[in-house]
Design a protein around this ligand. Sequence first.
Ligand SMILES: [Zn+2]
Length: 316
Amino acid sequence: MTVIGIDVGGTTIKGAAVTSEGKMFKTFTVPVSKYEKGVEVMERLAQAVNDYIATYKDEIGTIEGIGMGIPGVIDSKKGVVCASANLPLWTDLKVKEIIEKLTGLPVKVSNDANAAALGEVRFGAGDNCETAIMLTLGTGVGCGVVLNGQLFEGNEGKGAELGHSTLILGGRKCGCGRKGCFEAYASASGLIYDTEQMIEKHPESKMKKIAIQFGKVNGRVAFKAAREYEDPWAIKVVDQYISYLGEGLLNICNIFRPNLIILSGGVANEGDYLIERVQEYIKERDYGYKNSPEVKVVQGKLGYDSGKIGAAALFF
Ligand SMILES: [Zn+2]
């Protein structure tokens, strides 16, 4: 079976034909602007899909559907984008209905983080395991939950928001309006905030020089200063970040008892330096309970392709 998998981002939509064995063909892209109406984007996207199928039909064979991962609050049962922070003119957009009409193919829609999680679990780092949680450590903390091999869609198909579980009561203000959310500490934005605070207090830190080289404080500054220069202030920031992330993951372990936690997104690119320490943090604490089942923490493997492959996997 071959399906078109589409990953909608804030500036670009990417799509490709993907087989049920996880093989991905050539990618096509459609630019998108947050100032453009959703209906207009859908028309351009449908045209791009039709052109792609016509151009590559000998190579990709028969296409049996279109899977889409879209950022925001998605009613996956109805195939409707309820609201998207990145694409504000996509409110109440009937994606499934419009794309099905314009392409003649069945369409399935899910949240982009859910789709990426499904892609990683089926065809990437997840090794097709039964129960896995994927967290995307970017501007926020996105999550996708796969339980017993199935994507957890939640009430109204709106998935789970583990990033907005409370880590510190009365803590930092979060974008969602509450205080002390996991996301406010474990996202790249949380890490950047802590890095900035530390640089302000300790301008002698190597982090300041690295930030100037990068042109700004980003999520890599503290990790680079800690790893390459053993800067004591950077080590403090990284240690604190590991404990925020570790505590959040322990909560998740206690709720889901997953086989696997997959970390992706910007901060996860720190690789083993992050992954091994987080794994150790969880293991040492044993979920805070003796003889808890083992959980493995791994880095995502598919990178930006997880969105397209996972969107297609909504059909598999
Ligand atoms: Zn929140």
